[in-house]
Design a binder for this molecule. Sequence first.
Ligand code: KDG
Ligand code: MG
Length: 402
Amino acid sequence: MRIVEARVIVTCPGRNFVTLKIVTSDGVSGVGDATLNGRELAVAAYLQEHVIPALIGRDPARIEDTWQYLYKGAYWRRGPVTMTAVAAVDTALWDIKGKIAGLPVYQLLGGRSRDGVTVYGHAFGDTAEALLSDISRFVAQGYRAVRVQTAVPGLPSVYGVGKAGETYEPASAAVPPESVWDTALYLDAVPRVLADVRAEFGPTLKLLHDVHHRLTPIEAARLGHSLEPYALTWLEDPVPAELQDGFRLIRQHTTTPLAVGEVFNTVWDCQQLITGQLIDYIRTTVVHAGGITHLRRIFDLAALYHVRSGSHGATDLSPICLAAALHVDIAIPNFGLQEYMPHAPETDAVFPHGYHFEGGYLHPSETPGLGVDIDEELAARYPYRPASLPVNRLTDGTLHSW
Ligand code: KDG
Ligand code: MG
């Protein structure tokens, strides 16, 4: 069997998604998510110009060899654009392998290690009442874990915190919008909010908080320490993680568990963090970390060092990525949590899928392969719209982290 065709589909059913579809000489097809928020067309061009010509004629069964060929053969290794493109091919090949075997992909990964995938939802509020009521909404649906994001008095807006009832969508304008950031106001507000939330919901609801890379290590150490009484499950992205050693400083000062990795692309981005036991959860996921093949390699390394998975799952990762992530989550021994933000109805219609949510768990599809597809006719009705993630400036105008 050979790969005879591969096509890139760019669509915007509520937000932008890039999908790779690979077709074999036997007429079996597989899909892979290739979406890189705010840089969609860079991946589409990488696939179209550099990857697809090299795929035609290859044996679709050779997943590992194709991964190595695309990673090493490019000469230019790593990086989000390259690794998202490699991930799309890898995911589509696992989909094809599952369909040919007549098995859901998780069976090819060793079968179930658990009955369901525990997920966390995103609660946010621009007022204390709005936040508490948003968390209650998740609890009522059976969620066992909730990420808590809050407005900061004195700041006009905060990344990822919309008005009650709004959907979460940080990529808005074609050119990055700019907002103002003040660390002192943030560090003052967050512990008070989490104290209220813990008091309201009791000790068993898992609470998470995402810092979105906005602190320095010593500021993050202080925040982690001040949040200890509220027993977070994790404090996410406390600092930008190019300097993996920065986490050592945070670790020395707090027992609040740490999570990082949604922007990582390879095992090399987290090697020190994992082997130094500087984190508790690694947030890499299928689409941005080289597909199922490479993600499993990262999670296997993590398992040796008591680090658990906590894969990224915001709505800018398509239902194809979520479907693939669930097959990994259900199979690996060191699963921790899976992020879950339901997609917009238009998105779900473009990507028909068999995974489902029930009582705080997601369950992967039982159909052969990934159990997700793209309706290309419907996708064609939603043309690409440029959108970018925002940047932050400090009050004196200095460009800060996002
Ligand atoms: O593309 C960026 C989003 O996926 C990101 O802002 C979401 O931080 C995020 C999260 O934890 O889901
Ligand atoms: Mg995050």
